[in-house]
Design a protein around this ligand. Structure first.
Ligand code: RIB
Length: 310
């Protein structure tokens, strides 16, 4: 999609990782060595994935982040630039290596991920102050928890002060978010594990997700969307009827769920920035994520806007 066809601006404050991905019959047990059957090294990181998803799915995107001065950093930077993402606020660390993620994907398409932050730890609150102009130009700002917490809070606070729409994907799962974060969040988008950890409500079913979403909304988040993998999403949206709507996922054969949530969030953010209402943006994000799970890898799996059916 050419830049001229892109509408709405999304600024992502977040992580960039080089993903080292092994495919194995199943996830290893503690102490076990397991023979895998494929290996790939692909651009990832929740921040990078959400930025790429927003760009491919129709928004003008800027990325605030930090890579290392190594070959992984150069690869991640050039892959964002190739998507037309504004990387003027993407710093290069003088000391830290680029973040990495070690990922195992099993034959049932589930994954387990370990991240090592590296240069992502250098996305400091001072960077948010320095890049205020970039945040001011955005319609929607998107954060996750793979950069330091003080930075995420500063970004959400800047978004709120500038009256932009703020999205927090609280991933990786945190036991608690500070209470003063919730009123800064327009859309809190956890997966079921993150929602359970944050709310204390065990989640097996969409009804459990509804209770978790209600608990998180009661803390002050304006809207809560719990992603439930193959079970779809539970959306508790201001002004929408009822106490939370369950939207099932399109039925597809998944091969790798890595970055499915990131694709949903990037697509949702892009669609909101383009002027859609929340429920339409959710449906769009779900269609995009349903395509991503049918492909391998993080950023390589993310579809373009032209691939999403109306
Ligand atoms: O959400 C998937 C992402 O989580 C991977 O790309 C990996 O880098 C980790 O950040």
């Amino acid at each position: 999609m050419g830049d001229s066809a892109k509408k709405g601006r999304v600024t992502v404050i977040g992580s960039l990782n080089m993903d080292l991905v092994a495919r194995a019959p199943r996830l290893p047990r503690p102490g076990e060595t397991l023979a895998g059957h494929a290996f790939a090294q692909v651009p990832g990181g929740k921040g990078g994935n959400q930025a790429v998803a927003s760009a491919r799915l129709g928004a003008q995107v800027a990325m605030i982040g930090c890579v290392g001065g190594d070959s992984n950093g150069a690869t991640l930077r050039s892959s964002l630039e190739a998507e037309g993402i504004d990387c003027t606020a993407l710093a290069t660390s003088a000391n830290a290596p680029t973040g990495v993620a070690l990922i195992v994907v099993d034959d049932a398409s589930q994954n387990a991920i370990v991240i090592v932050a590296g240069s992502n730890a250098e996305v400091t609150p001072a960077r948010i102050a320095e890049e205020e102009a970039l945040i001011a130009r955005a319609d929607v700002i998107v954060c996750q928890l793979e950069t330091p917490p003080d930075t995420v809070r500063a970004a959400l606070a800047a978004g709120r002060r500038l009256q932009h729409t703020t999205i927090l994907n609280p991933a990786p799962a945190a036991r608690k978010l500070p209470p003063d974060w919730f009123p800064l969040i327009d859309y809190l988008i956890p997966n079921e594990l993150e929602a359970a950890t944050l709310s204390g409500v065990a989640i097996e079913t969409p009804d459990d997700a509804r209770r978790a979403a209600q608990a998180l909304k009661a803390k002050g988040a304006r809207n809560v969307i719990v992603t439930l993998g193959a079970q779809g999403v539970l959306a508790l949206i201001d002004g929408a009827p009822g106490e939370g709507v369950h939207l099932p996922s399109p039925n597809v054969q998944a091969v790798d769920t890595t970055a499915a949530g990131d694709t949903f969030i990037g697509g949702f953010a892009a669609e909101l920035a383009r002027g859609a209402g929340a429920m339409d943006a959710i449906a769009f994000g779900q269609r995009a994520a349903a395509i991503a799970v049918t492909r391998e890898g993080a950023q390589p799996s993310i579809p373009h806007r032209s691939e999403i059916s109306a």
